[in-house]
Design a protein around this ligand. Sequence first.
Ligand SMILES: [Zn+2]
Length: 291
Amino acid sequence: MSAWTDLGDGLRVRQSRCYAMNSLFAVRDGHVLLADPGVLPSELDEIAAATQEITPRFERVSVAFTHPHWDHVLGMPWFPGAESFAHSGFGDELEREELTIQRAAEKGVAELGESLRQPFKAFAPVHAARGTALVRLGEFDVVTYDTPGHQSTHLALWLPQSGVLVAGDLLSDIEIPWLDAPPWVYRASLKSLHWLFEQEDVRVLVPGHGPLAHGRLDGYRRLLRDMDYLMHLEERVNAAWKRGAGLDETRTELAAMEYLGKDASYPMNDVHAENVRFTWQALANGDVPTR
Ligand SMILES: [Zn+2]
């Protein structure tokens, strides 16, 4: 199976061997837009070569990033001179996390038999936005959606000209919502994307990991499924908390919950256990859920 999926209309997606991470490769009037190019060096070589077929010296390339996790941010050195784009808080986060990203990247890449040619270096994107904003990257219109919950500077990128939603680490078919905050933060992000599915013609959903979703219904279904997971997580942790259950007891109890990727070959069990911790901890800290 080819790593590339051709979506027509100058749009392609390359899926990495690493976590099935998806990179968008879009061409419009001689300009290339890349979203989260990665992950492995050999794969980035391939994406860079495809880019050079369109713009030989990378003169007309924009590289957009959904969020600063290591598997999404290694690509920049492959596209010298390209304009970069991410959330306004992305650059600071990369700088703070530089060493962590560097170590995780070295390890992750080595596990798949490759090595980084240079250590990861933090960078500040040339263009940045926050909230719901329309930005112009080369020939592309991009509408940003703040979508915290997995990572605080996470952006989903809506490409209205082609009906593509680059969802970052949301709406995957192999991963449950992966929290770094209380579940209601993530739920609010899903709610904002809910409006996108209501109002726009989402032709293709490109999640950060795993299979693409084709058509509005397919994408919307994932959103409802993830919402359902978060509601159940909240309800059950809340009930345990009210009963006076500690974290370990709550975790043991919540291990019985059904969810996507439970005991799968790409297992979500540890992620779920961490999600329980984030939820329980938020209640212990007196964080109030927003509905
Ligand atoms: Zn991530």
